[in-house]
Ligand binder design. Structure first.
Ligand code: FAD
Length: 286
């Protein structure tokens, strides 16, 4: 099912993200965890694409098997980095052959050696290419705090509008820990003429290392309230996990209370975390 159709319905949607392994011997464990998440009946599941295309085959295999074995709509990712036109064609053909209706298109992070395939410089280039060739529903990324390479938020929004105009059917945000940043972004995006649905990306932080890694990669602001939680519970893994699930659940409840309908949870192959969040929302989502 096309995700754009799901998002048109007058209902709250919750989707989960999983990432494929880099090595074949880990595939079955990741698949089992992903299937457990699928059994929670999310509206769809996304499957990331390892940096520079390092998981291309596993992304496609995991997405196809999830769709076939669980019936949950899937959203495999694809990046410009590591994708020549021929490679992109092969990935797209695979998805169409497997009956997958959606694709999340990203530029990818520039590797430290700076070497990337030259066919698609920006996500908008690959989006326009796919839109012209196929009927796939296309997602793109957006950054409530501005993309880390952007000179300022206005420039970022200008390019985001161009990306949507190139053929994005919906956007998913980078993680944020302060909902006011998201509300402010949504207002500015709408003012800039961006009308497609925007899914709020929520990352449940379940250990302190995960927080420092995520913040280093994305530059996301960590509010004092959340920093205090991490400082207090960092050395108690079970308490940190519980606090992280509660914090993410509270963010989602506040979003829903403020009219946000579509939530994407970076569930990181953790069925217990995904289940913990849904448990906290059971009456709200009923
Ligand atoms: P773009 O939209 O191309 O933007 C990148 C930068 O270039 C921005 O600063 C933008 O303002 C600027 N820009 C855009 N167009 C132009 C233009 N025409 N001229 C000049 N500047 C321009 N990475 C992975 O490797 N695999 C994944 O599976 C993955 N999934 C992600 C999912 C989400 C929801 C998010 C938020 C990020 C994900 N990423 C993933 C990370 C992403 O690849 C990086 O953040 C990357 O640095 C930017 O990707 P993008 O698609 O936003 O790029």
């Amino acid at each position: 099912m096309k995700i754009s159709r799901l998002l048109e319905q007058d209902k709250i949607t919750i989707s989960f993200e999983v990432f494929p392994p880099k090595k074949a011997e880990k595939f079955e464990a990741v698949k089992t965890a992903s299937e457990q998440i699928a059994q929670l009946h999310p509206d769809f599941m996304s499957v990331t694409y390892g940096a520079g295309g390092s998981t291309a085959g596993f992304t496609a295999e995991l997405a196809a098997e999830l769709k076939k074995d669980t019936g949950v709509p899937v959203l495999p990712h694809l990046t410009c980095v590591g994708s020549s036109k021929e490679h992109a064609d092969r990935m797209i053909d695979t998805y169409i052959r497997e009956g997958i209706d959606n694709i999340m298109v990203l530029r990818g992070d520039i590797p430290s050696d700076g070497i990337i395939e030259q066919d698609f410089a920006h996500a908008s280039d690959l989006i326009a290419y796919i839109k012209e060739k196929t009927d796939l529903c296309i997602g793109g990324a957006c950054y409530p705090e501005g993309h880390i390479e952007s000179v300022n938020k206005n420039a970022d929004l200008k390019y985001l509008k161009a990306k949507v105009d190139a053929g994005c059917d919906f956007l998913t945000t980078q993680m944020f820990f302060d909902n006011n940043i998201f509300y402010n972004f949504l207002y500015r995006a709408r003012e800039a003429g961006i009308r497609v649905p925007v899914l709020a990306g929520i990352m449940p932080i379940t250990n302190a290392k995960q927080l420092s890694r995520s913040v280093a990669l994305s530059g996301t602001n960590v509010p004092e309230r959340f920093r205090a939680i991490v400082d207090t519970f960092a050395d108690n893994p079970a308490a940190m996990k519980q606090a992280g699930i509660v914090y993410a659940s509270e963010q989602i409840i506040d979003l829903i209370a403020n009219g946000v309908k579509h939530i994407h949870v970076y569930s990181m192959n953790k069925p217990d975390v995904a289940a913990g969040i849904l448990n906290n929302l059971s009456e709200i989502l009923r």
